[in-house]
Design a protein around this ligand. Structure first.
Ligand code: UD1
Length: 420
């Protein structure tokens, strides 16, 4: 695996345009399977997870090509309903193919996605909902085999507003017989984007972003072109990059309303933030301040996907801050690496107590997961001397060119390939 080398101490300055959101593109790519024809998706990020989803779609017979940043997906030739296990293990969110492949073909065989470095990733809510919609499910030797003659609409109450489960139910409901109502669905902006995409295709869905989503079944779908929403987590990561480096940055093609929880916490650290419809400007204060408590919650709460980056920032903020991670069980692998860089962080179960230090020290650290890896790069931006972040592959799952983006703002960061 490659690594990133960062020389800290440069205040970032400049402007970056944010591209399409990974977590919006993935379910939309899964949704293309529902319509046997061509769909064009604009502003797709060329990141590992999207490339893996493309390989999965190709493995079931779809034809896909890139035209600049547009993906042209032809699903008319799809015929295979077994998803290769090696691709599922590369990307656990491939489980969102359950709903659309069942909707189109009435069967699917997929390996059980299992846990990952941020904790167990159960799919009980997905399976329980699909069973209610008429699917017969068998689980054996690490595989899930699902079959259904005709999916039917249902009233489904989610015990937890799971993003993936909400997406799978929406996708399964599009061609099902009758109406599906999801109570307590996820309200993330990516759910709203999936609704907008499907409605443009011809579906009738309402309520995404609220506490009830209603999907009318048996939709007549058609070929469309669609532009995905900008990536709110990359936006948040670059806001923290500006803040932690003592810089001043303008981010364009963003939707500030998707980031209110993050913007509000950054303001508490003393950052000056101005938002317009599609822009966010941030200016770091002379000394960052601690923020009391950050609790990760489903949207519109503070996103778990910004917890690691915020921890890096709080590690150099004056005073003591507390983070309570309420979504994933063991999402603190980055804390141990930040401690190696000189951060004062105490971990007690799901709680992290962070007492800001004046300086972090560059050293060798390892990315264990996507956002935790990004947090280590951010820490490197303000650390004294050189930081080497190993396992760049994890970071590249969600950031297309974090090195080039940060370089364009003046950062001294380089990607070093494995063999060098
Ligand atoms: C999605 C995002 C991920 C983000 C997460 C939470 C994508 C591709 N990924 O992941 O970046 O961190 O939302 O915002 O969009 N759970 C169950 N049973 C289930 C499903 C989930 O117990 O059947 C639990 C999970 O273990 C976890 C919590 O619910 O503790 C949230 O998971 P979920 O919202 O499903 O996250 P993902 O869709 O996997």
């Amino acid at each position: 695996m490659g690594k990133f080398r960062i020389e800290g101490g440069i205040p970032l300055q400049g402007e970056i345009r944010i591209g399409g959101a990974k977590n919006a593109v993935l379910p939309i790519l899964a949704a293309t399977v529902l319509y046997p024809g061509i769909t064009c998706i604009h502003d797709c990020p060329k990141i590992m997870d999207v490339l893996t989803m493309i390989r999965i779609l190709e493995s079931i017979g779809c034809k896909i090509k890139w035209e600049d940043r547009t993906l042209i997906v032809d699903t008319s030739t799809a015929c295979n309903t077994e998803i290769p296990a090696d691709l599922v293990s590369e990307m656990r969110s491939s489980i969102i193919l359950l709903g659309s492949i069942l909707g189109r073909f009435g069967k699917i065989k997929i390996s059980y996605p299992g846990g990952c470095s941020i904790g167990p990733r159960p799919i009980d809510l997905h399976l329980k909902a699909l069973k209610k919609m008429g699917v017969q499910i068998e689980e054996y030797h690490g595989y899930i085999t699902c079959k259904v003659k005709q999916l039917h609409g249902e009233k489904i109450h989610l015990d937890f507003p799971s993003v993936g489960a909400t997406e799978n139910i929406m996708l399964a409901a599009i061609l099902a017989k009758g109406r599906t109502i999801i109570y307590n669905p996820a309200k993330e902006p990516e759910i709203v984007d999936l609704q907008n995409f499907l409605n443009q295709m011809g579906a009738t869905i309402r309520g995404a972003g609220s506490h009830i989503i209603t999907i009318e079944g048996e939709s007549k779908l058609s070929s469309i072109e669609y532009t995905v929403i900008p990536d709110r987590i990359i936006t948040g990561t670059y806001l923290v990059a500006a803040a932690i480096s003592g810089g001043e940055v303008l981010l364009s093609n963003v939707q500030p309303k998707h980031l209110y929880a993050v913007i509000s916490k950054l303001r508490e650290t003393g950052c000056i933030i101005k938002e317009d419809k599609n822009y966010i400007y941030i200016q770091s204060p002379s000394k960052l301040q601690s923020v009391g408590t950050i609790r990760t919650y489903p949207h519109p709460g503070f996103p778990t996907d910004m917890q690691a980056q915020m921890m890096a920032l709080l590690a150099v903020a004056q005073g003591t801050s507390i983070i309570s991670e309420n979504i994933f069980e063991s999402r603190y692998k980055h804390a141990e690496e930040l401690i190696r860089m000189g951060a004062h962080i105490q971990l007690e179960g799901r709680i992290a107590i962070i007492t800001g230090v004046n300086k972090l020290m560059g050293t060798t650290v390892h990315a264990e997961d996507l956002r935790g890896g990004a947090a280590l790069i951010l820490a490197g931006l303000c650390a004294e001397g050189e930081t080497l972040v190993y396992n760049s592959k994890h970071i590249e799952r969600g950031y297309e060119c974090i090195d080039k983006d940060l370089q364009s703002l003046g950062a001294r960061i380089q990607k070093i390939k494995e063999e060098q």
